[in-house]
Ligand binder design. Structure first.
Ligand SMILES: [Cu+2]
Length: 169
């Protein structure tokens, strides 16, 4: 009886996985967050297309409570222990770092995400002007500190505590 349950649940899991693999709807992108700079951050970032841009949702744990800088970085390489392999912010227009709602900003400048007292973040934001095609193969980075939205080149947001490569799904 127990064995049958295991078989049934693994079949269910296989069905769920194949539903994910085939997309099951609109195209989207996903990044699994990996802990960096000695942190224990874990979680997932999902980007979905919507008229005029993207919507991003984040589910993460292991953060320090409070605000954290959050950006799309140029390179989809999180291999360095401090995630510097992801290079700088995605910046196709060659502009200065700035507030995500202004016109003078990096394409990868996103709103700070906020972690609760337990260090967990459930975050969503609209990202006008971005497309899935331009972010595939890049990376998302969560920083230790808040982005002040003005200091160059990255808002003085400190160490990179999580990094994930953005992949098609
Ligand atoms: Cu960053």
């Amino acid at each position: 009886m127990k064995k049958m349950l295991v078989v049934a649940s693994s079949l269910l899991l296989a069905n769920l996985l194949s539903a994910c693999a085939t997309g099951g709807g609109a195209p989207s992108a996903r990044a699994v967050l990996e802990a960096r700079s000695g942190s224990s951050v874990a979680g997932e970032v999902v980007f979905t297309g919507q008229p005029g841009g993207l919507r991003v949702t984040v589910a993460a744990s292991g953060l320090s409570p409070g605000e954290h800088g959050f950006h799309i970085h140029e390179i989809g390489d999180c291999s360095a222990p401090d995630a510097t392999s992801a290079k700088g912010h995605y910046n196709p227009a060659g502009k200065a770092h700035g507030h995500h709602a202004s016109n003078d900003r990096h394409g990868g400048d996103l709103p700070n995400l906020t972690a609760d007292a337990r260090g967990e973040a459930r975050f969503a934001a609209d990202l006008p002007g971005l497309t899935l095609d331009e972010i595939y193969g890049r990376s998302v980075v969560i920083h230790a500190d808040p982005d002040d939205y003005k200091s160059q080149p990255a808002g003085n947001s400190g160490k990179r505590v999580a990094c994930g490569v953005i992949v098609r799904r």
